[in-house]
Design a protein around this ligand. Sequence first.
Ligand code: ZN
Ligand code: ZN
Length: 359
Amino acid sequence: MEHFSAIRDKLDAYGLDAMLLTCEANRFYASGFRSTGTDGAALVTKDETYYWTDSRYIEAARQQVKGASVEMTEPGRGYAVLLSEAAARHGLRTVGFEDTYMTVAELKDYSRRVAGVEFKPAAALLTELRMVKGPEELAALVEAQRIAERALAEIYNEIRIGVTEREIAARLTYLMLHYGAENTSFDPIVASGANGSKPHAVPGGKPFAAGEFVTMDFGCICGGYCSDMTRTVAVGYVTEEMERVYRTVLDAQRAGIAAARAGVPGCDVHNAAAKVISDAGYGAYFGHGFGHGVGVEIHEAPRASTTYDKPLPAGAVISAEPGIYLPGRFGVRIEDVIVIREGGCENIHLASKELLILS
Ligand code: ZN
Ligand code: ZN
């Protein structure tokens, strides 16, 4: 799916004659063409769209990029030259660039070599568009989620005393690719026992022991869109405290989900969940945000965190992932992904969240 015309429709609102896209995620969002490399640029003007890349990607780009004239860069005829030519052809004066991505050196180079054009920071244009997902984007996100859930259902049969974090991480990766994912959306996190108190622990060679929690945070990519989920299960048995912490995290997640709807500031959703955790006496042990946007990238706008005071728009997709992390002891995180709607939200996850004790 391509979004060139959606970008074009926003040019006036951002005071631009054209938008230059070089960031891989934005180029994919705009063109629907997923290249494996960093080389490529798209230019959306008011009456024409260009996609430029080098000889390694040109054949695939010509086949897959629709709605743009595709041109190959050559030695001595790089992006700055092609941009200068397009600027002259269309009379471009103000060109937006991705100020959250382009390097200072690249901006200097473009400014020096593309005469008569003012480069204006405009990453927000893409952020605004990408934040609200259309039906095809949602379908891809759900497909990626279904694959992750299939992998989860199977991995439950493999978690037992003596199996290591790294083995489970490798198996999750394998299973998601096996069931049709294009890739993982990030390296799976598998953390057990005391490692579970580090929210982004790196899976190691530690074998699972009885009385431990195992937290698995993983996702995959379908149609260029990411899934993200976390489940925490117990091995052998749980103590009363482990059960209480698990219940608190689940209640917090439900409170955040209940507060999530279009128009509500992201921080209010976070605070609804954080209140449940602090009321239970664990306020000091929940340090990250309740949720982040999920889409072409695993972390994108909007956020449900203490500092995000903007309203969540209808059609935004965010994670719902509170956690409690007791240093040196254990941790619990539970993560679903929700679609923000008018008056509420829709949970795209189907996997159960009841406390599971595997043996
Ligand atoms: Zn996650
Ligand atoms: Zn997440």
